[in-house]
Design a protein around this ligand. Structure first.
Ligand code: SAH
Length: 203
């Protein structure tokens, strides 16, 4: 059997670390930094579950509309967290997430590039992506996870993937552990970068 896809590996890394529910003792919120078509927003809403909250960012109303529609198709499922859709750049997540979420976020997911079937001119950019990842690292709880699917095969995606990988490689390991999941025979295929924020017992 082949290895699992980068998208499913990203979800597995999140699902293994995220504690369902809201409230301090049971686990904090989650963030979808690039709502896009809403697949990860729905996954996070299911994984966090009732009592918890998911914040989903996108700069395009069309993406938030798709996400809203996807969530509406599943709102009969009991078991979804409350979702706040934010029409804003993810580089503003530290400012837009409520103060009580700071240091308590369990997972932040990024899926970079452009929205398939949408406006391909609206694409994530290295400067704002890196600012958002710094903000995400500040929002994460100890033990919280950041995942990013990078697209070196898209126009502009290669420089962004390299910038993100270089940024992750430079994070002191006392702050977070960073890894890549990548099919080395396919250098242009999407790959996953994941970070886990250190907790005291890791030292
Ligand atoms: N490339 C993926 C899908 C990525 S969707 C695939 O092929 O499946 C990426 C989303 O990021 C798009 O909906 C786009 O509107 C959004 N985006 C672009 N810049 C952003 C920013 N600064 N903040 C938040 N979302 C952004």
């Amino acid at each position: 059997m082949g290895f699992e896809s980068v998208l499913s590996m990203a979800r597995r890394l999140v699902a293994e670390r995220l504690r369902p529910g809201g409230g301090d003792s049971r686990g904090g919120p989650a963030v979808d930094a690039t709502a896009g078509g809403g697949v990860d927003t729905l996954f996070l809403a299911r994984t966090v579950g009732p009592g918890g909250c998911v914040y989903a960012f996108d700069v395009q109303e069309a993406a938030l509309a798709r996400t809203r529609e996807r969530l509406a198709q599943h709102n009969a499922d009991a078991g979804l967290a409350r979702v706040e859709l934010l029409l804003a750049g993810h580089e503003r997540m530290l400012e837009l997430a409520p103060a009580e979420a700071h240091g308590r976020v369990q997972a932040v997911m990024f899926n970079l590039g452009y929205l398939p079937g949408g406006d391909t001119a609206v694409i994530t950019k290295p400067g704002t992506t890196l600012a958002a990842m710094e903000a995400a690292l500040a929002l994460l709880a100890p033990g919280g996870v950041l995942t990013a699917v990078l697209y070196p095969g898209h126009a502009g995606g290669d420089a962004e993937a390299q910038a993100v990988s270089a940024w992750a490689a430079g994070i002191p390991s006392a702050i977070a552990q960073a890894m890549q999941y990548r099919f080395v025979q396919k250098p242009h295929a999407p790959y996953l970068l994941a970070l886990v924020k250190r907790q005291e017992e890791d030292h």
